[in-house]
Design a binder for this molecule. Structure first.
Ligand SMILES: NC(=O)c1ccc[n+]([C@@H]2O[C@H](COP(=O)([O-])OP(=O)(O)OC[C@H]3O[C@@H](n4cnc5c(N)ncnc54)[C@H](OP(=O)(O)O)[C@@H]3O)[C@@H](O)[C@H]2O)c1
Length: 230
C-alpha cells in the first residue's frame, strides 16, 4: 500500500529533499510550508510528481494547525516534524527572552502540538510513526562549546516532549523517533557544512525504514544510524 507522509517546512532545505526522495519512491506527500505561493521548488516537484499536495502551515500558529486538520482527513503513515529555526542569539549576559520563547514555540512546542492535532490520522494509518528532526546541539552530554542558548535548549525540550508523547502514544501503536540530520548544506547549515541534503535524507530514510522500537521506547539517532547521547 502507498504510504502517506506529511512533511513540515517542505519548501526548502531538508524538508524539500524529503519531499523529492519520498515522492520519487511513490509515496503520497502532504507537503506543508508557510507560503505555498512562494514555494517555487516545491511547485516544480509537484509538476513532476502528481502524488504531492501542498498546504499552508505556519507550525507555530494554532489556527493554521487546526485548518490543516480540517483539510486532511486521510490516514498519515509518517508525520515528519522538520520545520525549525536557528538564531545564534546574543552571548551570556544579553540573552533575549523573546528569542527564547519564539524558538521554543517553533522547534519544541509546535511539533508536539501538531502531533496532538494529527494523532487520529496517524493512529488509523499502517505505519503510525512520528519523526522529529532534532539536533545533536540539543544533546546535553555533547555540549562542550556553550552558546546557542535558544536553539540548543529548544531541541533538548523537543527531545523530552516527544519522549513523553512516545510513551503516551504507545497504547495507540504510534512510534516516535528523533533524528539528527548531520551538519547539512542548507540555509540553516550554511555552505561550510559537511554533507549535502541528499546524503542526509538518504541516511535518515534508511533509519526511518528500519525503526522498530519496543512499545513506548523513543530513540535519538544520527542520519547514519548511530545513536546520539541525550
Ligand atoms: N542543516 C543542518 O545542519 C541541521 C543540523 C541539525 C538539525 N537541523 C534541523 O533540520 C530541520 C530542517 O533544517 P534545514 O537545515 O532544512 O533548515 P532551513 O534550510 O533553514 O529550512 C528551515 C525550514 O523550516 C521552515 N520554518 C521555519 N519556521 C517555520 C514556521 N514557523 N512554520 C513553518 N515552517 C517554518 C522554513 O520555512 P520558510 O522558508 O518559510 O522560512 C524552512 O522550510 C530543522 O528542524 C533544523 O533545526 C538542521
Amino acid at each position: 500500500m502507498t504510504k502517506t507522509i506529511l512533511i513540515t517546512g517542505a519548501n526548502r532545505g531538508l524538508g524539500l529533499e524529503f519531499v523529492r526522495q519520498y515522492a520519487k519512491e511513490g509515496a503520497t506527500i502532504i507537503a506543508c510550508c508557510r507560503d505555498p505561493n512562494e514555494a517555487k521548488d516545491l511547485q516544480d516537484l509537484q509538476k513532476k510528481h502528481l502524488n504531492i499536495e501542498i498546504h499552508s502551515l505556519d507550525v507555530s500558529s494554532e489556527s493554521d494547525r487546526l485548518k490543516l486538520k480540517e483539510k486532511v482527513s486521510k490516514p498519515i503513515d509518517i508525520l515528519i516534524n522538520n520545520a525549525g529555526m536557528l538564531e545564534k542569539g546574543a552571548a551570556f549576559g544579553n540573552i533575549s527572552v523573546d528569542e527564547l520563547n519564539k524558538t521554543f514555540l517553533v522547534n519544541a512546542v509546535a511539533p508536539l502540538k501538531l502531533t496532538e492535532t494529527l494523532s487520529e490520522n496517524i493512529a488509523k494509518s499502517q505505519r503510525k510513526l512520528v519523526v522529529c528532526i532534532s539536533s545533536s546541539m540539543g544533546s546535553i552530554s555533547d555540549n562542550t562549546s556553550g552558546g546557542y542558548y535558544s536553539y540548543r535548549a529548544s531541541k533538548t525540550a523537543l527531545n523530552m516532549l516527544m519522549k513523553s508523547a512516545g510513551v503516551d502514544l504507545a497504547s495507540q501503536g504510534i512510534q516516535v523517533l528523533l533524528l539528527h540530520p548531520g551538519w547539512v548544506k542548507t540555509r540553516m547549515g550554511g555552505s561550510d557544512a559537511m554533507i549535502e541534503p541528499e546524503v542526509s535524507i538518504t541516511g535518515m530514510r534508511k533509519v526511518i525504514e528500519k525503526y522498530s522500537p519496543a512499545a513506548g521506547e523513543v530513540r535519538f539517532y544520527r542520519y547514519n544510524g548511530e545513536i546520539v547521547a541525550w
